[in-house]
Design a binder for this molecule. Structure first.
Ligand code: ATP
Ligand code: MG
Length: 285
């Protein structure tokens, strides 16, 4: 295990007993995966592919049925490791309403560090810093139930930040948000990674949220179908359609242009890059 390895899945399976058929079913089967410090890893997969199971295994909410998960070298199945593991890797879930526990924003963000036994002065400092990081400082005295979905999710993220984990696993944090809320949350998460060096595992089914990742992992039917750079993963159209996923819109337009003989580079995944490529083709840049 290398020092930069933060989360290591070593041949991990997770099974449950299906009550109707009385059979053992695999939610994940023989998955090996390493998340390194500082990375922004996006995990994509269709409904029921095993993404949430992966998230819950990563900080000992679930324990593997076979294989091992290590967080900073600590085995998640060893009981004494549970507390240090939860301090190292936090998980933010889809529904912000289930994650907000207090009626006032700053009290909600203070809840986590209070439970960790952090001293009051340090809690104050962390709460302010976390609320600023998610652009919610001006709302610190607001009532949580009056916030929009995107704002609630940002408060939930601040609550996680106040516990100062090394890595946050986001399990479809934008799935219940409108496009504006989705953009806000996405922007905050990218900033946490780029500016604060937070290691991020981002689970989503929005393909366009994956284009800025360092690495894209495709989960399909309890296994890993692909693991690589966004450019290489999104170039494999056959693999994606086999997993029930589409190519991101911009990559698809670029592909169609290329297949009509236009010279558009393989690494065009963003709107800006596509516009630049088209302007070049038109001889305007
Ligand atoms: N305890 C359980 N009992 C019954 N089924 C389970 C259990 N745990 C997981 N599953 C099943 O295992 C599979 C993987 O579940 P998981 O929630 O990890 O998928 P997912 O990729 O997160 O799906 P979604 O996109 O809907 O969030 C699904 O088919 C799910 O129904
Ligand atoms: Mg899920």
């Amino acid at each position: 295990m290398k020092t930069e390895d933060l989360i290591v899945f070593d041949h991990v399976s997770y099974t449950y007993d299906d009550e109707e058929t009385e059979k053992t079913v695999y939610a994940l089967k023989d998955v090996s995966l390493t998340v390194r410090q500082g990375e922004f890893v996006v995990v994509l997969g269709h409904n029921g592919s095993g993404k949430s199971t992966l998230a819950k295994l990563s900080n000992s909410i679930f324990l593997p049925s076979a294989g091992k998960v290590f967080v900073r070298g600590m085995d998640t199945s060893v009981t004494e490791n549970e507390f240090p593991i939860r301090k190292t890797v936090g998980v933010v879930f889809q529904n912000p309403d289930n994650q907000i526990v207090a009626s006032i924003v700053e009290e909600d963000v203070a809840f986590g560090p209070e439970n960790l036994g952090v001293e009051p002065k340090e809690i104050r400092r962390r709460v302010d810093e976390a609320l600023k990081a998610v652009d919610m400082y001006d709302y610190r005295m607001h009532e949580t139930h009056r916030l929009s979905g995107g704002q609630k999710q940002r408060v939930a993220i601040a609550g996680m930040l106040a516990m100062q984990p090394e890595c946050i696993v986001f399990d479809e944090p934008t799935a219940m948000l409108d496009p504006k809320g989705r953009r806000e949350v996405m922007q905050i998460i990218r900033r946490l990674n780029k500016e604060q060096g937070m290691t991020v595992v981002f689970i989503t089914h929005y393909m366009e949220e994956a284009v800025h990742a360092d690495r894209v992992v495709i989960v399909n039917d309890g296994g890993i179908a692909a693991d690589g750079s966004p450019v290489s993963v999104f170039a494999d159209r056959e693999m994606l359609s086999g997993c029930g996923l589409n190519v991101p819109e911009i990559a698809d337009v670029a592909y169609r242009l290329r297949s009509r003989g236009f010279e558009v580079p393989e690494d065009v995944l963003t709107e800006e890059a596509l516009v630049a490529a088209v302007l070049r083709l038109a001889g305007k840049a």
